[in-house]
Design a protein around this ligand. Structure first.
Ligand code: GUN
Ligand code: ZN
Length: 430
């Protein structure tokens, strides 16, 4: 098998670290050596050209080559309702989300949107995502199937909800457990795919459904769980009414064995200390969704507090509550959310959060960095993708400066190329 050398300005984090600024590895004239679907070496371009004189070279000049972004929370069926006007969470779900999700009872429609959705991820540099389907089993199957064809690492699951949503979107405790188990048997660990059991949130599941899904979760040791937690004040008050015996919102999930180190909680904005403590003790993961949290008027994520409790915070777009597929622009919004709280977020810490940090949190050792043996999942960012970015970055050659400006200015022209498992899935055509 011939080696490919991908040359450019290479940046990654080869190790887990609490200090990404110090532990960044950067080769300004660097290269990745790729054999088939995996990385075999990362180093300066000169060294790798000497080591592999026969290699085919793909030269990206002074563009940045970074590990593919990992988006830990977004909804593929909400692609077409992105940027819907005027509501906060509960009204937004009723007015826009539920009617849109109804269409996914049709497998052909699910397939069409799954295709479109993955294109959007790739053109924004995202190579792995934890994605929500709809209540319809076929919607998860269609997304799995498209991702499988591209050898992509992707997590998804059928949404489970058996109350407080329109009849046409309801499953039952039994069908939710059975269909989730069937999907796990068919798709979990097929290629690079992973299953996430997906109760929408506490208000839309009966206690019986929660119990049956908790039981299902406990019967595997490597399946994930994703849900929403503490996003909006009206939602939190509703959960208190529906589950009067629980101490707080997280306690509902904890009661049903859903707080584990493979559990991903979207939002976590209005958290009590006791909730942070339990997530921390049990190793749960937070998907921080700054664009959605602002778009839906939900609130500001408190990173200092999360860090004080040693919480694994990952970054997510939450499309269609979030108004962009771009992880870079989502990082830009995170920066602003932290500015409002007098917290400074370093761009390299941001890059770590959406690459190696997320891979660690999700226990996915084959992605997130360029260490030999990992999958060649990477994205190529053009600092000069338009006149304004060229002017702004004319003298910039440090990764942190380039990343920061791109986190504010990026659009899909920024992503010159995205590769998954050693193959390009997106190339920007000028
Ligand atoms: N809570 C329950 N469902 C949803 C959803 O689809 N999006 C967001 N942002 N929050 C939710
Ligand atoms: Zn969500």
């Amino acid at each position: 098998m011939t080696i490919k050398l991908i040359t450019g300005h290479v940046v990654h984090f080869p190790n887990s670290t609490a200090n990404p600024q110090q532990d960044t590895v950067e080769f300004k004239q660097g290269a990745l050596a790729i054999e088939d679907e995996k990385i075999v070496a990362v180093d300066s371009a000169d060294k790798l050209k000497q080591r592999y004189p026969e290699a085919n070279i793909v030269d990206y000049g002074n563009k940045l080559i970074v590990p593919g972004f990992i988006d830990t929370h977004l909804h593929f069926p909400q692609t077409e309702m992105i940027a819907s006007f005027g509501e906060q969470l509960i009204d937004w779900l009723n007015k826009y989300t539920f009617p849109t999700e109804r269409q996914f009872e049709d497998p052909a429609y699910s397939r069409k949107i799954a295709d479109f959705f993955l294109q959007q991820l790739w053109m924004n540099g995202t190579t792995t995502a934890a994605v929500w389907a709809t209540v319809h089993k076929n919607s998860a199957e269609q997304l799995f199937s498209v991702a499988y064809e591209r050898n992509m690492q992707l997590l998804t699951g059928k949404v489970c909800m058996d109350r407080h949503c329109p009849d046409y979107l309801q499953d039952t405790p039994e069908s939710a457990q059975k269909e989730s188990a069937e999907l796990i048997a068919q798709w979990h660990n097929k290629g690079r795919l992973k299953y996430a059991i997906t109760p929408r949130f506490a208000p839309t599941s009966t206690e019986k459904q929660m119990a049956m899904l908790g039981e299902l979760m406990s019967s595997y040791n490597d399946v994930y769980l994703q849900t929403h937690l503490s996003e909006n004040q009206q939602e939190i008050a509703w959960v208190k009414e529906l589950y009067p015996d629980c101490k707080n919102y997280l306690d509902v999930y904890d009661k049903y064995q859903m707080v584990t180190e493979r559990s991903l909680f979207g939002h976590c904005i209005h958290m009590e200390d006791d909730e942070w403590r339990v997530i921390s003790e049990k190793g749960g993961i937070v998907a921080f969704c700054p664009r959605s949290n602002l778009f839906l008027g939900s609130g500001l994520y408190n990173l200092d507090k999360a860090n004080a409790f040693n919480i694994k915070t990952t970054l997510a777009t939450d499309v269609g509550g979030g108004d962009s597929f771009s992880m870079l622009r989502t990082l830009g919004e995170a920066y602003k959310v932290f500015q409002l709280q007098n917290i400074t977020m370093d761009p390299l810490a941001g890059l770590y959060m959406m690459t190696r940090g997320a891979a660690d949190a999700l226990q996915l050792p084959d992605i997130g960095d360029f260490n030999p043996g990992t999958y060649a999942d990477f994205t190529v960012l053009d600092p000069h993708f338009n006149a304004l970015s060229s002017l702004r970055l004319k003298d910039a050659d440090k990764a942190e400066d380039i990343l920061f400006a791109l986190s504010m200015l990026a659009d899909e022209r920024t992503t010159a190329a995205t590769w998954i498992a050693g193959k390009p899935v997106w190339e920007y055509q000028q």
